[in-house]
Write a protein that binds this ligand. Structure first.
Ligand code: BES
Ligand code: MN
Ligand code: ZN
Length: 461
């Protein structure tokens, strides 16, 4: 199933979008029975509230959807579009009241609310079909939603069915669909290819670690997306306690997000030369696991003391970023469920990002606001560089002290990139902890829509 709008049809029932302020005016223009029905129902135009409007035979003649007051609207997103997906069977089309600037959010909200994770249990699909709101770029919204659905499916699939090989297979399937080129380096071959930290993190699992390298496009600026693909993060020998391990199937959320974004970019045939790098590993426990105190020599040559085997994401990303850096792109993005500290700082809604490029940061923040994908810049604070430095090796993968954990992880990654103004790192959570409009509980993409929206400005497309 792919996210799609309904074809325009004269049979589509009208949706009237009203706010608490506009409701009275709207009611005055309605026939008496309609106005009476709405008043008796107590409809107050709260965000996402719906009310079916009957015709004389008791069949639906349309529906009201509340968009809430301005104060209510800033508290959530996608309410109007998600409300459409709850309506009864049939085609629906926005008529009265949807402001042009809200049309794209409403359309996307609908498509995102139609997402179901059906791999293990069928669920009823949304009954209502929405005709694309006037003025929106239908193909663009469908491509964005398709990318987001892919991201969610990949994250939601448990590690039992989403190991390194299955993550590779998902990338191969996408490459097949889009005509992208793909190469994969697996197991011992990682050592021959000088990707030692990807190997070290993944070697304890019977499911071989690998690096997926996908390329697409022949013209335009270059864009490299690097996604953390830790298919399950036990913590390694520094084993996570059960409560912290429970959700760690989502530790490939960065990979899932860049694959979703890549799918959107390729479907839209954006004029970029795209590269996607995914270190896909399982951070497991066995006799061959890397140990606390081990010192690894990275692809770049920097030595890294492993002071916590649970700080594995930065290790696999470091080798992938070093490889990316050998052919520097106009923009390199890393996307990772990298630290618990990021979640503590900004919670599950906001994607924190790091960059040394102020115009890029500004473009991302504005783009995120426009498309309702909230992002927030955190600093690559140079004053914390000593926290990742050690006496015996170049770098410490897990500084002690519990201070600034998202920043020190980001600083660690930056050591593997030569031109930091062309680099942005996202430390995402990748999971919607409780259902919200357009975002059922479960895997969720963050930052990808902000990036996509910012790309024309950032890359000069
Ligand atoms: N995958 C985790 C980070 C994570 C945890 C993201 C919970 C989202 C929610 C990562 O590999 C990790 O374990 N990081 C450690 C690093 C620490 C040992 C320096 C962390 O953040 O606690
Ligand atoms: Mn970890
Ligand atoms: Zn991890």
């Amino acid at each position: 199933m792919a996210p799609r709008f309904a074809p325009p049809s004269p049979e589509a029932l009208p949706l009237h979008v009203v706010s608490p302020d506009s409701l009275d005016g709207w009611l005055e223009r309605q026939p008496g029975p309609t106005a009476g029905w709405v008043r008796h129902a107590g409809f107050a135009a709260a965000p996402g509230a719906t009310l079916l409007l009957p015709d004389a035979e008791g069949r639906p003649a349309g529906a009201l959807i509340g968009r809430g007051s301005e104060a209510q609207r800033v508290r959530s997103r996608f309410d109007v579009g998600a409300a459409v997906a709850t309506l009864p069977e049939g085609a629906w089309a926005f008529g009265h009241g949807l402001a042009a600037e809200d049309a794209a959010e409403a359309g996307l909200g609908y498509l995102l609310a139609c997402y179901r994770f059906t791999r293990y249990r069928e669920g009823p699909p949304a009954a209502a079909r929405l005709v694309a709101p006037a003025g929106v770029d239908t193909a663009q919204l469908e491509a964005i939603a398709a990318g987001e659905w892919l991201t969610r499916d990949l994250i939601n699939t448990p590690a039992s069915d989403m190991g390194p090989a299955e993550l590779e297979a998902a990338a191969r399937e996408l490459a097949e669909e889009t005509g992208a080129a793909i190469s994969v380096t697996t197991g011992e071959a990682l050592l021959d290819a000088n990707l030692p930290m990807i190997h070290a993190v993944g070697r304890a699992s019977p499911r071989a670690p690998r690096l997926v390298d996908m390329r697409w496009g022949s013209d335009g600026p270059t864009l490299t997306l690097v996604g953390k693909g830790v298919c399950f993060d036990t913590g390694g020998l520094n084993l996570k306690p059960g409560a912290s391990m429970g959700l760690m199937k989502k530790d490939m959320g960065g990979a899932a997000t860049v694959l979703g974004l890549a799918a959107t970019i390729m479907r839209l045939a954006l004029p970029v030369r795209l590269r996607v790098l995914i270190p896909a590993v399982e951070n497991a426990v066995s006799g061959s696991a890397m140990r606390p105190g081990d010192i690894l020599t990275s692809r770049k040559g920097l030595t890294v003391e492993i002071n916590n085997t649970d700080a594995e994401g930065r290790l696999v990303l470091a080798d992938a970023l070093a490889l990316a850096d050998e052919a520097p792109a106009d923009l390199t993005v890393s996307m990772a469920t990298l630290t618990g500290a990021a979640r503590v700082a900004v919670g599950p809604d906001i994607a924190p990002f790091f960059t040394d490029n102020a115009p890029l940061a500004e473009a991302l923040a504005l783009a995120g606001d426009r498309v309702r994908d909230p992002v927030w810049r955190l600093p690559f604070h140079p004053g914390y560089e000593p926290m990742i430095e050690l006496q015996v090796a170049d770098l410490d993968n897990a500084p002690k002290g519990g201070m600034a954990g998202a920043i020190t992880a980001a600083l660690f990654l930056r050591r593997f990139v030569s031109e930091s103004p062309r680099y942005v790192h996202f430390d995402v959570y990748g999971w919607q902890p409780s259902p919200a409009p357009g975002r059922p509980k479960g895997g969720v993409g963050q930052g990808a829509r902000a990036l996509l929206e910012a790309l024309p400005e950032v890359l000069g497309l």
